[in-house]
Design a protein around this ligand. Sequence first.
Ligand code: NAD
Length: 494
Amino acid sequence: MTTQPGIYEVPEPVAVATDYPTLAMHIDGRWTDGSGDRREAVINPATGTPLGSVPLAEKADLDAALAAAARGYRIWRDTPVERRSRILRRAADLLRERAPQIGRVMTLEQGKALSEAVGEVQRVATLLDWDCEEGRRAYGRIIPTGPGETLTVRREPIGPVAAFTPWNFPAGSPMRKIAAALSAGCSIVIKASEEVPATACALVRCFEEAGVPAGVLNLVFGVPAEVSEHLVASPTIRFVAFTGSVPVGKKLAGLAAAVMKPTIMELGGHAPVIICDDVDPAAAAAACARGKYTNAGQVCTSPSRFFVHDSIHDEFVDAFVKASEAVVVGDGLAPGVQMGPLANERRRAAVRRLVDDARDRGAAVLTGGEDLPGPGFFYRPTVLADVPADAEILRDEPFGPVAPVIRFRALDDAIAQANALPYGLAAYGFTHRADTVARLTDAFEAGILSINHVGGSVPQAPSGGFKESGHGREGGSEGLDGYLVTKRVSHRLA
Ligand code: NAD
């Protein structure tokens, strides 16, 4: 173990590239490199070195996946729901069994600490359990009418789904789409991230071995814009699901609107945290730091603007700095590491730019504010104070290990600033006063609100955004809504 001057203990990187699997697409029940010869390198963000390469789909491969999804849909839709549910539960069991191995692969390609990666795989198994049970409860209803007539409302699978997922939750994001689609009786063509493809391949293998028929679950990789333009426009596709940035979400929602297809959009946020004067500043800072540095801050719900009451501001900031400096940063596979690198150099450059802009405009960099020396895309946990209102980091989601702190005196001012951005995904409040909890609960324009902790997503409750953070919900009893279509049937008996 080496020690970075004064601040972090950085475990030695681990030599691992040899246990990275071979990558392929999964089309119509077969693993394939596709019909072309284009490939993209996959980089270990902890070392900056290549792990392998992923094949990129040509149009012919996408057409094969679409034809397979059309066939797979008819088979899966007509499979009794009990049988579908049994197969999906078997896939969830395989995921749980394989969580240590899949987690390791995820850390290699994405960088997050191994404990987080293994936990993510275990959580997706639970999510799959939940969604497939919801599939068994996709009830319709009977509406009272006169004698001789029945009026019913049925919910049917909408049809083949096209889904696109990013690199920050290599298991969590794809599983939210796959679990909902398959539980509703849909087939799916999913383009998972080319930057973290092995985790997606490992998930698909569990479904395949559990007995999901060929064509139901198709996995492709490719040039993102090429793939989405082709899939979204195809008449085979009936629903479009995306997780990622707001600009790309708008683009895909536009493509879908042009052909009148419904979408679910899980987009970025810039989550405000309001810390009131009645809480213990050290305890609040410890909770905020734990939430902030999860997945190196690359979480769409990551707390990212900290509004702290003036009377406890200095104590909060001191405790946040101490907690930030105690985070063990390093290769996610090394024992004891709590925070890995940024997932790619593109992300580190964006974080660096936002911190430098804040510093240039007069913010105080209390800790961090720079890369870690050596290989890999590491950036130090960073706390910024006295951040001026015109700093870009107060408008652009940092999506990295950076905590900008802003002082407030009146709660109304903090709420106004919290709601001032066009985003509304997550929000956090710290207070023990019942009237302030009620005020924050009413006022926050966000789809996910946590009070006195930085909560993560759970399968039994819905996640999704207000405003430009997107629409539709994943998880909870709402999670299958987009993947089902409603049919009204009136039946006269004579
Ligand atoms: P990006 O906007 O280029 O890409 C985001 C994701 O969308 C990537 O996985 C990419 O492969 C995919 N994508 C891009 N163009 C696409 C297209 N035309 N069709 C289909 N998929 C497409 O940015 P990035 O550098 O990967 O990430 C930067 C920003 O994205 C972050 O700052 C964050 O705001 C946002 N992001 C959000 C989430 C989330 O969970 N909501 C996840 C990852 C990234």
